[in-house]
Design a protein around this ligand. Structure first.
Ligand code: HSE
Length: 430
């Protein structure tokens, strides 16, 4: 039996999940691949912290370069997260001829092209299955079984923390802050959960998917991004009355030779396959010209599901090392398309206003919207559920329009004396 040696940088949630997966399934891995994967070193800056697993403390190191420069180590597994120093560690490991496995969506979204190029130049593999969708093997599928397709659409729920929060707010009427704490305790959230709730984690993952699916390089900073911090129980309840549920979606469409993409909370009809994706589950829904609609579903966050994806990559590398086929392997990320990138395209929107309760207001609002070419698909006026200040909520679903046009119309409405506030604007996916 051959042994492949690995060093792990970082032993937080994903690191412990990876180590546990290897412990749990070692015999199974040996049996199915004929290879043993031995973790010989782990970067752990807090060796006395209880990680809830048994690890021989002798394999802990304090300096990442004890792993990166170790001639015995074949695979460096980067699980510290964040852009730096993780990117430098990965680049240096690659330059040292190590294969690299990472779960680091932020580093890949920002520096994937450079790391991929470096890996190709150095004849090593760079694998990152855990970076999108946790345990879902979406990257494997997109870079192998689905290569025969030309895709036109991606819709993804790719953040477990925010999906967990939205699910609990919808199903149990739970409070945002309390559920966020629960998600952190379960190991779904990032060390700093701002990136989860503000949508940046989703933008990073969408940036990776855009390379894999459309071959375009779109840095996350160029993806219009909105998180879930403004979502409240009132909008969740109205969405429900419209037969919809609110999810934080990564969306991308190929339209007339251009790629439109954005990240924002979205009302989706209850019958849409993504509507029933709850808690920390993720799903990626794609439309390909051969496979048609296809959806991948699984746990998108949490130590073991993510560990499953990391170990899957380690196994793929171990097997390739054994067959000596790793070194000519095709890069997974690609940036070869001449598709033009643009931000958010035309969408339908849900809008909630608070207005004075008096005659003529609805007519005034709809004629203003008409001047902007915005059509109303549905409307709800709850005069029986007045706001505390005696204004009433007016809730609309508009036909497709550009976001800029909608924002201009809302600016104009905000200045009307009878419009107290524009409370919410949320995209609708039909
Ligand atoms: N914080 C991420 C999430 C972890 O909640 O989905 C998986 O990338």
């Amino acid at each position: 039996m051959k042994t492949v040696k690995a060093g792990i940088l970082g032993i937080g949630n994903v690191g412990t999940g990876t180590y546990r997966t290897l412990q749990l399934n070692r015999d199974k891995i040996i049996e199915s691949t004929g290879m043993d994967i031995e973790v010989t070193k782990i970067l752990n800056r807090h060796p006395d912290r209880d990680r809830g697993i048994t690890i021989d403390k002798n394999i802990y190191v304090q300096d990442a370069y004890d792993i990166i420069n170790d001639p015995e180590i074949d695979i460096v597994v980067e699980l510290i997260g964040g852009i730096e120093p993780a990117t430098t560690f990965m680049a240096d490991a690659i330059k040292n001829g190590k294969h690299v496995v990472t779960a680091n969506k932020a580093a890949l979204a920002e520096h994937g092209k450079m790391l991929q190029k470096l890996a190709t130049q150095n004849g090593v593999m760079l694998r990152f299955e855990a970076s999108v969708g946790g345990g879902i093997p979406i990257i494997n599928a997109l870079t192998s079984a689905l290569l025969s397709n030309d895709f036109t659409e991606i819709l993804g729920i790719v953040n477990g923390t925010t999906n967990y929060i939205l699910t609990k707010m919808t199903e149990d009427g739970a409070d945002y802050e309390a559920v966020l704490k629960e998600a952190q305790a379960k190991g779904f959230a990032e060390a700093d959960p701002t990136g989860d709730v503000e949508g940046n984690d989703v933008a990073n993952k969408l940036s990776i998917l855009l390379s894999l699916v459309f071959g375009v390089e779109v840095p996350p900073s160029r993806i219009p991004t909105q998180g879930i911090t403004a979502i409240n129980k009132t909008d969740i309840a109205y969405a429900n009355k419209f037969g919809c549920t609110i999810k934080l979606l990564a969306a991308a469409k190929k339209v007339d030779g251009k790629v439109e993409c954005d990240v924002q909370p979205t009302l989706i009809p209850e019958e849409h396959p993504l509507a029933s994706v709850n808690n920390e589950f993720n799903a990626i829904f794609l439309h390909g010209n051969a496979v048609d609609d296809i959806m991948f579903y699984g746990k998108g966050a949490g130590p073991l599901p993510t560990g499953s994806a990391v170990v899957g990559d380690m196994i793929a590398i171990a097997v390739a090392i054994d067959k000596q086929s790793a070194f000519d392997s095709k890069p997974l990320l690609r940036y070869d398309s001449d598709l033009e990138y643009m931000g958010e395209g035309k969408n339908q929107y849900y809008v909630r206003l608070s207005v004075d309760d008096m005659p003529g207001i609805l007519g005034n609002i709809s004629s203003t919207l008409g001047r902007y070419g915005i059509g109303i698909e549905s409307m709800m006026q709850s005069t029986h559920s007045k706001n505390a200040d005696e204004t009433v909520p007016l809730v609309f679903i508009f036909y497709e329009t550009n976001r800029e046009v909608l924002d201009e119309a809302m600016e104009e409405l905000k200045n009307r004396s009878f419009v107290k506030s524009v409370d919410s604007v949320i995209r609708v996916e039909k």
